[in-house]
Each structure stands twice: as structure tokens, then as C-alpha cells.
Ligand binder design. Structure first.
Ligand code: N01
Length: 512
């Protein structure tokens, strides 16, 4: 996708990112008649993480009927869990049909954003080509950059000396032919367990380097029949009903994460049965058995992962990696395994968002500076004290372990819409959550978090930051999230209105 659009000098709303979040914000602002906005996107297309993650086997582990916009149902999903190309095509279709794309600028990254107290505006520097205008000022800054967008490469000695091909799961190099190769996969998270079964089919040999065994439950995937798809198309209410059923089914899982892990015992049994069915070797099964409470790390879903691991051309390596050489991977026991292609499926920067370095608020401090000591924190996951008119979508403590992030995104966008309406109605130049409102929100949230399986389940995960604090997940139901963000609660905000010039009353200036 390309637009030859030059950047304007100023817009009312600047949106960063053209994934589900940025696109949703653009569509909903437009619905409110807020047409003075611009979306800057560092990639060449919409889609965000679904544009970037093109690895073999990439698919959603949340049912497609739920993992889509409520306002743009898609009766054409081919199966219950959509593969990446279908999701990417869906996002593109929604973007094209919504008529917002003329305000998207691709291949243009937000580099820095500074709040200017004097003008009450953001000054945003972008990577627009030299010679072009590359700075835009805006009243609001809506960041939809995603929590899973910046690949985290492992800090393993010698990794730069490796002479074969190396790539991260989210930056798959499709020019590398894997047929007949020896491939090593580092990591056993949601991405790796989708990749390994595909590699097993084509590579001569696959070594899977596992640090922590995950729980993997069966994936009840199935292709929709032509009749089902026709019904979804002709009777939209039926598709809505189906989606609603899926939604509440997912909500029922929440207490297993947030109240008592014993409630998740059926899922644990399912995962262990999934393992026992596919892996007959007791020693291998033992090494694949998780040692923490189910739910502490993301519960993975696959029918293909365990059978792939049990295949003759796949070896599960559980000795820690000591170093990487020019030709292979050496484990702590001194064994070197030769490798042609190294696939790094080691996840993303989630608790230290790289973009936080580049957004500077009222006192010139960046979000990263502000969050350095106590971790990421926002008010309702969306606004941040010290950063007026900044709206984050998928901000701190908005992530889910059980349902669709698209629901969270839509909830946050509704809140932002209401904030924009409120600002317009009262002619506020700026809104900023008070320090007290933000502190109380996070104190309550972290009190609830302390009882969840993510904090007590005996694992380390990408939900926890360097201080062991969970700054990623939402510790309640998504219903509670939507309710909390159902209206812009201006009482929790400091607002600034434009300086008004006193208007002369009719008697002023008339000599007595
Ligand atoms: O990343 P991860 P991911 N040496 O961080 C291991 C979403 N997603 O890309 O568990 C050795 O989960 C690490 O080991 P450990 C989804 O939300 C969704 O797989 O920390 N190993 C772990 O096994 C998901 O949760 C879909 O001990 C190292 C792995 O690398 C999120 O993205 C599909 C290591 C990283 O797992 C991230 O998933 C895919 C090292 N130095 C992803 N460093 C859907 O279907 C890390 N590891 C929607």
C-alpha cells in the first residue's frame, strides 16, 4: 500500500501505527466527523503485527469470529482460527472500505514526540524523506504502536558470529530455502509452537531449544462449511450470536487466572492429555511437562506441536544454550549441534516499550524515564500523568491472557472518542489524568494482580517487568474493562482551557 501524501504542518489528531488499534481509532474518529487526522505507519501496509508475522504456520489463537472488529463482521472466515494471510487481508479490506486511507502515510515512523506546554500541542518528528516536511504538530497523540511489535533478540554469546542465516520469527526471511537444512529454533512460546510443525515438514533436521516447557492444549480448529458461511452472510444476527457465545465462553475462563488456579484444572488436564497422546517416550514427556501453574504463562494451543516434537527429525534440547559458534549451537553440557539456519522465536519487548523512549511530556521527561523506577503505569491503560493529550491504545495493563485484544482496542477507542468529544464541548486545550487518579487506579489494579496466577503461578513471563511487576495484563474480565472505560471521566483529569479575553460588557467604556 502506498500513499504519496506529504505531511501537513499540523493536524488535530496524530495516530501512530496502522494495525488494529490505529485503524480502529481512525475509523471511529471519522465516524464522529473528526476528519482532521493523520496516521503515520513505519511499515508499507496496514496490519501491524499481522503484517509483520509471516512465519510459516502463523495463525491466530483466538477464534476469528471474536478476533475481528464488532463493526466489521466477516462472514468469509474460512476456519475457526484464521491463518495470518486471512487476517491481514481482513484488516486491509476494512481499511479500504472505511474510506480513511487517504489520511495514512506509510513508510514513515514516528521518531520523537514532544509536548509543548506553551502551545499545548505535540510536536512530532517523523522519518519522512529528506527534503520533505518531517515534523507535524497535533492536539492529540494517539499511540497504537502495539505491545508485540519490537522483536527481542536473545543475548547469547557469539550469536553475531554465526555464519548461517539468522532471523526472528517476526521478521521471517522467505528467501531462505529451508528444504533439507538443519534448523535450530530458540524458544517455545506461541510463535515457536506454530513454526516448529511447519519446519518439521521441510527441514532435514530441527533442534528446538526449550528453556521452559509451556502448556499446550488442543486446537479445536475446523473449516467452516459453505452452508455456515452462507448463513453468516445472509443472517448477520446468527454470526453476532455465535460471536457473543464465544465471548462469554472466554469470559468464564477469567476466574481461573484471577481467583483460583484450581478453577483452571480442566485446562491443565487437557494440556497434559494432549501431551500424553502425542508423546509416548516418558523421558521426552517429562521434559515437556510444565513445572508451573497453568495460566502463569500464556496457554498455547496446537494439535501439531507435540507430534512434531516427537518426530524422528526433531530433537528437543533442554540443556541451556552456552554460546553460538560460526556453525552451530553449544549447550552447557559442551555439545555443539551444527546448524544452517537459526530461527529466533524469543518474543518481543513488552514491558520496556521502545517507543516510550521517544515520547516526552510536560517536563521534558520521556515515558521511559517516568516508568524507569516503578514500571509502566497509565490511567485506565490509556492516558498518562505528565503527558497531556496522549492516548495509548494497548497501553500498560491492558493485555489479555484469555480473549481478544480487538475487544480491548475497541473499548479504549470508545474512551478516546468520548475524551475528544468532551474536549470539543468544553473547549479544553488539554486533558491529563491527575497523579492521584492514576496512582489510585494502579494501586487497586496491582492489589488485584497480586492474587492472580500470573504473579503467584511460579513462572517468569513476558508479562512481568524487571521488578517482577505485571505491567502488561488486565487482571479482571473484559466486561469490567469496558465498563471502566465506558465514559471519559473528566473529574479524574486536570484540564486546561484556552486563555479567554474578557469580553466587554455593554456598559463598559460608557462615561457615567
Ligand atoms: O514470544 P514469547 P512469542 N534463550 O515471549 C524463549 C503473541 N502471539 O513470539 O519461556 C532461550 O511468548 C522463552 O523462554 P522462557 C502471544 O500473545 C500470538 O512466542 O522465557 N530461550 C520463550 O519460550 C504470545 O504470547 C499468536 O523460558 C529464550 C520464547 O523464547 C506473544 O505473541 C501467535 C531466550 C519466547 O516466547 C509472544 O509470543 C504468536 C534465551 N535467551 C504470538 N529468550 C497468536 O496466535 C527467550 N527465550 C495470536
Amino acid at each position: 500500500m502506498s500513499t504519496d501524501r506529504a505531511l501537513p504542518s499540523t493536524v488535530k489528531h496524530l495516530i501512530v501505527g496502522a494495525g488494529f488499534a490505529g485503524l480502529c481509532a481512525a475509523i471511529k474518529l471519522q465516524e464522529d466527523g473528526e476528519t482532521d487526522f493523520l496516521v503515520v505507519e513505519k511499515g508499507s501496509d496496514v496490519g501491524g503485527t499481522w503484517r509483520d508475522n509471516t512465519y510459516p504456520g502463523a495463525a491466530c489463537d483466538v477464534p476469528s469470529q471474536l478476533y475481528s472488529f464488532s463493526f466489521a463482521p466477516n462472514p468469509d472466515w474460512t476456519s475457526s482460527y484464521s491463518p495470518q494471510p486471512e487476517i491481514q487481508a481482513y484488516i486491509r479490506t476494512v481499511a479500504e472500505r472505511s474510506g480513511v486511507l487517504d489520511r495514512f502515510v506509510f513508510d514513515t515512523a514516528m521518531q520523537d514526540a514532544d509536548w509543548d506546554e506553551a502551545t499545548q500541542r505535540w510536536t512530532v518528528r517523523t522519518s519522512a524523506a529528506t527534503g520533505e516536511r518531517h515534523t507535524v504538530t497535533s492536539t492529540t497523540l494517539v499511540v497504537g504502536a502495539g505491545g508485540l511489535s519490537e522483536p527481542r533478540l536473545p543475548d547469547i554469546a557469539g550469536i553475531d558470529d554465526f555464519r548461517g542465516h539468522t532471523f526472528h520469527s517476526a521478521r521471517w526471511d522467505h528467501s531462505v530455502d529451508l528444504a533439507g537444512k538443519r534448523v535450530a529454533v530458540i524458544g517455545t512460546g506461541a510463535s515457536a509452537i506454530q513454526i516448529v510443525p511447519e519446519l518439521q515438514k521441510v527441514a532435514a533436521h530441527v533442534d528446538v531449544y526449550q528453556r521452559t516447557a509451556p502448556y499446550v492444549v488442543p486446537r479445536n480448529d475446523r473449516t467452516y462449511t459453505r452452508v455456515e458461511r452462507a448463513l453468516f452472510k445472509r443472517v448477520p444476527a446468527l454470526q453476532r450470536l455465535y460471536r457473543t457465545g464465544l465471548y462469554w465462553g472466554k469470559e468464564l475462563l477469567v476466574p481461573g487466572f484471577t481467583v483460583d488456579p484450581k478453577l483452571a484444572l480442566p485446562a491443565k488436564k487437557l494440556a497434559l492429555a494432549n501431551l500424553a497422546k502425542a508423546v509416548k517416550d516418558p523421558e521426552l514427556r517429562e521434559r515437556l511437562t510444565p513445572t508451573f501453574e497453568i495460566g502463569c504463562k500464556r496457554i498455547l494451543i496446537s494439535n501439531a506441536y507435540y507430534p512434531a516434537i516427537a518426530s524422528d527429525n526433531v530433537v528437543l534440547v533442554t540443556d541451556p544454550i552456552a554460546r553460538i559458534t560460526a556453525d552451530g549451537v553449544v549447550t552447557a553440557d559442551g555439545v555443539e549441534r551444527p546448524v544452517d539456519v537459526l530461527v529466533v522465536a524469543t518474543g518481543f519487548f513488552t514491558t520496556e516499550l521502545p517507543i516510550a523512549e521517544h515520547i516526552r511530556g510536560r517536563r521534558g521527561a520521556s515515558l521511559a524515564d517516568t516508568w524507569r523506577d516503578a514500571g509502566m503505569a497509565a490511567y485506565k491503560g490509556t492516558t498518562v500523568h505528565g503527558f497531556p493529550n496522549l492516548f495509548m491504545i494497548v497501553g500498560p495493563n491492558t493485555g489479555l491472557g484469555h480473549s481478544s485484544m480487538v475487544f480491548i482496542i475497541e473499548s479504549q477507542v470508545e474512551y478516546i472518542r468520548d475524551a475528544v468529544r468532551t474536549m470539543g464541548l468544553h473547549r479544553y486545550d488539554a486533558v491529563e489524568p491527575t497523579a492521584t487518579a492514576q496512582r489510585e487506579w494502579n494501586d487497586r489494579l496491582q492489589r488485584r494482580m497480586s492474587r492472580t496466577v500470573w504473579n503467584t503461578g511460579g513462572c517468569s513471563s513476558w508479562y512481568l517487568d524487571a521488578h517482577g511487576k505485571n505491567t502488561v495484563l488486565w487482571p479482571r474480565t473484559t466486561v469490567a474493562f469496558r465498563q471502566a472505560l465506558s465514559e471519559f471521566d473528566v473529574a479524574a483529569y486536570d484540564v486546561s482551557a484556552p486563555a479567554t479575553t474578557p469580553t466587554a460588557t455593554p456598559t463598559e467604556g460608557i462615561p457615567a
